[in-house]
Design a protein around this ligand. Structure first.
Ligand code: E4P
Length: 230
């Protein structure tokens, strides 16, 4: 099932989970901040454990909050220990292009049995390297790619094609949704998953003409009932 929810709000997640349309959740420090998760790692742990439990066995991505390699390795192992279905997000490189992160991804996946989602990627090339390093998920930020003037759909097509060509097991998550249309277009382009912000999922579901049609059916049902039997 191809839809993840990009949210740190447990009630919101539960609503879509109950509909049966969501098969995973992704967070990052900005999403958690927006959803009121403030006060440090103790609170991040509380919310993450709550969401992980709610959606189990589906995966919950939680991102590391440090850029220091040794601390990142330790933190990644700690986050993964919070629940069996937690996947650890590690950015493709540091804030100034530091190259330590893929080595950590390789080590965490290979030696420590930690599932990694490599994040903050803007091109098929970055995602391909993350897949070669052994990442379980590679996250392309589709909306940011489009906003830079490149075509996210084309990056997804190229990426899916090389992953399949070389039998790489990494799954493509496309995030950074900006428009309702992104979801179906990016899945059609070859994403394994699109992680969607909740209001776009609502926009995908509700159609004005469906509303009008349902209103008509309900009104006619009421009218028919008032008219009585023959
Ligand atoms: C998903 O995993 C990403 O963290 C998220 O979709 C990024 O979205 P943004 O570009 O709106 O920050």
């Amino acid at each position: 099932m191809p839809i993840f929810l990009d949210s740190g709000n447990a009630r919101e997640i539960e609503r879509f989970l109950k509909m049966g349309i969501v098969r995973g959740v992704t967070t990052n420090p900005s999403i958690l901040l927006k959803d009121g998760v403030t006060g440090g790692m103790k609170i991040v742990k509380q919310r993450s454990v709550e969401i992980a439990k709610l959606i189990a066995p589906y995966p919950l991505s939680v991102e590391v909050t440090t850029n220091e390699p040794k601390a990142m390795l330790e933190q990644a192992r700690e986050l993964a220990g919070w629940a069996e279905n937690i996947v650890v997000k590690i950015p493709i490189h540091g804030p100034n292009g530091e190259l330590d992160n893929l080595e950590l991804v390789h080590e965490l996946e290979g030696k420590h049995n930690v599932r990694i989602n490599v994040t903050a990627m803007m091109s098929a090339q970055q995602c391909f390297l993350a897949a070669l390093a052994g990442a379980t998920y590679v996250s392309l930020f589709g909306g940011r790619v489009n906003n830079m003037g490149y075509n996210a759909g084309q990056e997804i097509m190229k990426l899916r094609s090389v992953l399949d060509q070389f039998d790489l097991e990494a799954k493509i998550i496309v995030g950074s949704t900006r428009e309702v249309l992104n979801i179906i277009e990016w899945l059609e382009a070859g994403a394994h998953f699109v992680t969607v912000i909740p209001n776009l999922l609502e926009g995908m579901l509700v159609h004005p003409y469906s509303k009008e049609t349902v209103q008509q059916f309900l009104a006619d049902a009421a009218r028919a009932e008032k008219m009585g039997g023959q």
